[in-house]
Design a protein around this ligand. Structure first.
Ligand SMILES: *Cc1c(COP(=O)(O)O)cnc(C)c1O
Length: 378
């Protein structure tokens, strides 16, 4: 028998749970021979609208395209500024630069790793056209602090929901899902996301009827009807095969998110029992939030040594994210430097994502925590 190993995410276990449903859904699409957009994508869009409580959902080719399509729909471009977080995946910022607008960064909260609304408001100028908060690792940014001040200044709120499908927050007495609060919500269905497909896929949600129509046009080269182009868009369509897979997985996502929460709660108890809370800071769920733990990210003392130790023992932990976006070489032209976003920069040095997925067993979690305890007690 080989040495025991544990991946960060084991998609095979999840596939085993839905294999029959997926096979059936795929067979239907193959029989139809309709592969791009079409009735399967339309059905998924309507089911997502219902699930999230939004009037419009528009499928597209990826989460990165969802962000770009949202900004294009809002008419953002040269001379405009868009405020966002330095602590996220690359696409959150590259979409801004692609439109010709300028990204402006605001630092994050060390407890939730999410961008701070008060710091966003400090960065607003007459050129600010949009704000992109990221609901990082599965819990929402307190958007109630942004809605009114942004609306008053005619600044669009574009939620990056790539890591938060199904997460919600009590906002002014109402539970609102991520993607249903701002002007637009941008989702990724990349396979490792908590609602993922078996290839690339994405979706934009919007509460604005003026935006829904333009989104649908921009994803098909800006054409209102085939070969008649009102404007230039992208080729960014969702496949029927991916939509069929997503329709199956959407039926289970609430249960899987609940299982993720149980895994997170067990980690927290195990760290406490092992007396590790002075070395490991578990993620904090903000009051009023339903965190879906897309990732379980702790702050760890001597992170790099711990990461290497876990690797030697066969446990795959990961660092999201090792380098802030304002310090990426390709964004050097923006003129940011080290020390400009002190909290985000500190996080890049001590965050560690531990294995989490709905099928992770209690016994595996005990092994992870025992191995971490072994490292600190060496
Ligand atoms: C995954 C991700 C994206 C991009 O999604 P793709 O489907 O991979 O293009 C954007 N933002 C965040 C925060 C992400 O995690």
């Amino acid at each position: 028998m080989g040495a025991r190993t544990l991946p960060t995410l084991d998609l095979k276990r999840n596939y085993a749970r839905v294999k029959d449903e997926i096979t059936e859904a795929l067979a239907k699409v193959l029989e139809s021979q309709h592969f791009i957009l079409g009735p399967e994508v339309k059905a998924l869009e309507e089911e997502v609208e219902q699930y999230l409580g939004v009037p419009s959902a528009v499928g597209c080719a990826s989460g990165s395209d969802a962000l770009l399509l949202a900004l294009m729909t809002l008419g953002i471009g040269e001379g405009d500024e868009v405020i966002t977080t330095p602590f996220s995946f690359f696409a959150t910022v590259s979409c801004i630069v692609r439109t010709g607008a300028r990204p402006v960064f605001a630092d994050v909260d060390p407890r939730t790793y999410n961008i701070r609304p008060d710091l966003i408001l400090e960065k607003v100028t007459p050129r600010t056209k949009a704000v992109i908060p990221v609901h990082l690792f599965g819990q929402m940014v307190p958007l109630e602090e942004l809605r009114k001040p942004l609306e008053e200044r005619n600044i669009a709120l574009v939620e990056d929901c790539a890591q938060s499908f199904g997460a919600w927050r009590n906002i002014e007495g109402k539970p609102l899902r991520s993607g249903a609060v701002g002007d637009m919500g941008c989702f990724s269905f990349f396979p490792t996301k908590n609602l993922g497909c078996y290839g690339d896929g994405g979706m934009v949600t919007t509460v604005r009827s003026d935006c829904a129509e333009r989104l649908r046009r921009l994803r098909v080269h800006g054409a209102d009807s085939t070969y008649f182009h009102k404007e230039m868009g992208l080729n960014s369509r969702l496949d029927a095969i991916q939509a069929a897979i997503l329709r199956v997985r959407l039926r289970h996502v609430s249960a899987w998110n609940e299982e993720r929460r149980q895994v997170a709660e067990r980690y927290r108890l195990l760290f406490a029992e092992a007396g590790l809370l002075d070395r490991i800071a578990p993620p904090e769920e903000m009051k009023e939030n339903y965190h879906i733990y897309h990732q379980y990210v702790v702050r760890a003392e001597r992170r790099d040594a711990l990461l290497a130790f876990l690797g030697e023992k066969g446990i795959a932990a990961r660092v999201y994210y090792p380098l802030c976006l304002h310090l990426q070489p390709c964004f050097a032209f923006l003129g940011y430097g080290e020390g400009d976003m002190p909290v985000a920069e500190a996080l890049t040095r001590d965050v560690l994502a531990l294995p989490i997925f709905p099928e992770l067993t209690a016994e595996e979690q005990e092994w992870v925590v025992a191995t971490i305890a072994e490292f600190y007690h060496l």
